[in-house]
Design a protein around this ligand. Structure first.
Ligand SMILES: C[S@@+](CC[C@H](N)C(=O)[O-])C[C@H]1O[C@@H](n2cnc3c(N)ncnc32)[C@H](O)[C@@H]1O
Length: 273
């Protein structure tokens, strides 16, 4: 049986793999348990590129946050923010502009505990333990506890988290609720695993993730595109993630190169009309 580390909140089942902790392991982090590592290794047997893909996802997050700061956004709602790692939203944002407020939201107790411990001395940052599938409560707490001002534009980030919202929970409807809770001129960034390229492999990954606390699904570009209803997509639109405003030379130097099927990851950023 796995020894419970001091940083693991009591309510966490350390024998049940979690998406947040597997993702942490793929990124080289240390906030994961034996069960997370075992299932992540199993995922790598069907999807060996996973460590590169999660880095591509983090890279998109950074580029999107920087772009939004340059467009004047000074407050972010990061939904499904994960276990803190390199290039967290408030760090990227503070490099781009001063005075940015960030509210991190996650349902995973380890993600929240670690973020809270790490960020308690950072006044411009708040961490909420909440389920993003309840937009009304999340937006209310983001204002009351997080200090977001929803009378002004906000950057809403749904980066590699919507796969963990099943169709039965109406992900597009949830995204629309966040849209309706924010003012015109707000922005939405989404990244999402796609089943457009390798449906068979993706099905096998979904089978692996079915054993986590938050089973995940991949979706096609058409379906992800519909989640941007009420937003105007910024250039270059909803694209393979590596093609969303890449840093010069980044694609060429990535071990997966420009093989978009190996990433199977799409995303975009939209401006609320
Ligand atoms: C794959 S990680 C992505 C982390 C981060 N957004 C990134 O892109 O680097 C997905 C995160 O979403 C969180 N999550 C999944 N379902 C959630 C929900 N219903 N409400 C809040 N967080 C959720 C998980 O706990 C996990 O930390």
């Amino acid at each position: 049986m796995q020894h419970r580390p001091a940083w693991a909140p009591d309510e966490v089942d350390i024998e049940r793999p979690s998406v947040a902790r597997m993702y942490d392991w793929f990124l080289g982090g240390s906030h994961n348990f034996a069960c997370d590592r075992a299932l992540a290794e199993q995922a790598m047997r069907v999807f060996p590129d996973a460590p590169y893909v999660v880095r591509a996802n983090r890279s998109f997050l950074g580029r999107a946050v920087t772009a939004l700061c340059e467009l004047g956004i000074d407050q972010f709602l990061d939904l499904g923010s994960g276990i803190p790692t390199v290039g967290n939203v408030h760090e990227v944002a503070s490099a781009a502009r001063a005075g940015v407020r960030t509210v991190y939201v996650d349902a995973d107790p380890v993600a929240v505990a670690h973020a809270s411990a790490l960020l308690s001395g950072t006044p411009s940052v708040s961490v909420l333990h909440a389920d993003l599938r309840d937009p009304e409560a999340v937006l209310r707490d983001a204002v009351r506890a997080g200090g977001l001002d929803l009378t002004r534009p906000v950057g809403v980030l749904l980066v590699s988290v919507l796969p963990f919202v099943p169709d039965s929970d109406d992900p597009a409807g949830i995204v629309a609720s966040y849209r309706d809770g924010t003012v015109s001129g707000s922005y939405l960034a989404i990244s999402h695993g796609t089943n457009d390229y390798k449906p068979k492999v993706v099905g096998e990954i979904e089978d692996v993730y079915a054993r986590t606390t938050q089973p995940g699904v991949f979706r096609g570009a058409a379906e992800v595109g519909r989640m941007f209803a009420g937003y105007e997509l910024l250039e270059p639109g909803l694209v393979d993630l590596i093609h969303w405003r890449p840093e010069p030379g980044a694609i060429e130097s990535d071990p997966l190169g420009a093989d978009v099927a190996r990433y199977s990851l799409i995303g975009g950023v939209g401006r609320r009309v």
